[in-house]
Write a protein that binds this ligand. Structure first.
Ligand code: UD1
Length: 423
């Protein structure tokens, strides 16, 4: 299994181009199941989760071509309406094919996604929504079978603004003629990008003055071409890595307003930023990093996906910072690894108290999820000496060309596989 070896202590310097958003690309790829016509998607990041999604589309019967970040998806005979566990267990977001398959075939059979490292992650909000639209959901031998004689438009109030459930129900409602209204929906930029794509496919979706999503369902959806929005989590990750190494980095081709809270917090912590319409420059800063209190929340709140890299920054603050993880119940697995690198962190339930230390020390650490893995890489970049980060496959799920991008910023990071003796 691949590992990173990092010689830390170098300030990141230069500029970095942000890739297309993983979390927008995945549901947009899935949305192509709503049509037999050709869809062309640009700026699709070459990531493990994207490749898994393409495999899923191929399994279901699509023909997929992926070249230079552009995916062309065409019909290749009739579609299947079920997925094997092998594909679902690789990526929880596989469950999102349920909405398009249900609406097209009135039946979808998908293995229930199990727990994952960051929590239980149930799909009850998705299923309740499908039931409101007229489906019945039953679980048999680990599979959920969702079926309907007829689907009808409905008013659905989500008990929590789940990103995945909002997207799944949106896709499902697109092919139910009539008006479906979704209330208490996720407002993440990735949801907006999915809506933009669905509207290009012929859907009629808008947000009303109460913030509800109104979907005027169609009889048929068409092929469309779309460029995926910039990845705000990758953007935030590079901004935080630049800050933590006290570097001077311009993050380009991003949408700074998607990271408003993070940028405000960083400035409050002491950093100077220059923000344009599509770039953020982190200026060199050697002063104290102010300890702040942040609490993760649905967008536009502090992104749970940036909580781990933020924690790495706060390990170097002055005083004691507090992080309240309110979205996932078990998202501090990076904390004990950061402690092994000299950080002072105490966690209790959903709260982490991070007391700043003068410096981090290099260590052999293990990533156990995607964003936590990046937080460890960031810590390795800050710590003097040689850090080894194991289980890079978690990080490969969500950061395109990470070591190349970091190397171009002056970092000393290499990938190696001890099992292959290639180092
Ligand atoms: C998406 C993102 C993930 C991000 C998360 C929250 C993708 C591929 N992943 O995940 O990176 O961390 O949003 O911003 O886009 N929940 C339920 N029942 C449900 C659905 C969700 O209880 O039916 C709970 C989850 O367990 C979690 C919370 O709601 O505690 C948020 O989950 P959700 O917004 O659905 O996250 P995902 O869409 O899975």
């Amino acid at each position: 299994m691949d590992r990173f070896k990092i010689h830390g202590g170098k300030k990141l310097q230069g500029s970095v181009e942000i890739s297309g958003s993983k979390n927008a690309a995945l549901p947009i790829l899935v949305a192509t199941l709503l049509t037999d016509e050709t869809c062309v998607l640009h700026r699709v990041p070459n990531l493990r989760d994207v490749r898994t999604t393409l495999k899923i589309l191929e399994y279901l019967g699509k023909k997929v071509e992926y070249k230079n970040n552009t995916v062309t998806i065409t019909a290749n005979g009739p579609l299947k309406n079920n997925l094997p566990y092998e594909l679902v267990k690789q990526m929880r977001a596989s469950f999102w094919v349920a909405g398009p398959l249900l609406t097209r075939f009135k039946k979808a059979e998908i293995p229930l996604p199990g727990g994952c490292a960051i929590g239980v992650r149930p799909v009850d909000i998705h299923l309740k929504g499908f039931e409101k639209l007229g489906a019945t959901c039953e679980t048999k031998a680990g599979n959920v079978i969702i079926s309907a004689q007829k689907l009808s438009p409905a008013k659905i109030v989500l008990r929590f603004p789940s990103v995945g459930a909002t997207q799944n129900l949106l896709m499902c409602a697109c092919l139910i003629p009539g008006e479906t209204v979704l209330e208490n929906v996720a407002k993440e930029p990735e949801v907006d990008d999915v809506i933009a794509f669905l509207n290009k496919m012929g859907a009629a979706i808008y947000t009303d003055d109460k913030g509800r999503l109104v979907i005027r369902g169609q009889h048929v959806m068409h092929g469309a071409e779309h460029t995926v929005v910039a990845d705000r989590i990758e953007t935030g990750s590079f901004i935080l890595a630049a800050a933590a190494t006290r570097g001077d980095v311009t993050v380009q081709h991003c949408v700074p307003e998607h990271n408003s809270i993070l940028l405000d917090d960083l400035q409050e912590a002491g950093f100077t930023l220059t923000i344009t319409d599509d770039s953020v420059r982190v200026h060199p800063y050697d002063g104290p990093i102010k300890a702040l209190r942040v609490r993760t929340a649905p967008y536009p709140g502090f992104a749970t996906d940036l909580q781990a890299p933020w924690m790495t920054l706060m390990t170097l603050c002055e005083g004691t910072a507090e992080i309240d993880e309110d979205i996932f119940e078990n998202r501090f697995m990076h904390a004990p690894e950061l402690v092994r690198m000299g950080a002072d962190i105490a966690t209790e339930k959903s709260i982490a108290r991070v007391t700043g230390v003068k410096k981090l020390s290099a260590a052999h650490v293990q990533s156990s999820d995607l964003r936590g893995g990046f937080a460890l890489v960031m810590a390795g970049l800050c710590a003097e000496g040689e850090t080894e980060v194991e289980r890079v496959y978690h990080i490969d799920r969500g950061y395109e060309n990470l070591e190349q991008k970091l190397t171009a910023l002056g970092a000393d990071i290499v990938r190696f596989n001890p099992d292959k003796n290639d180092f």
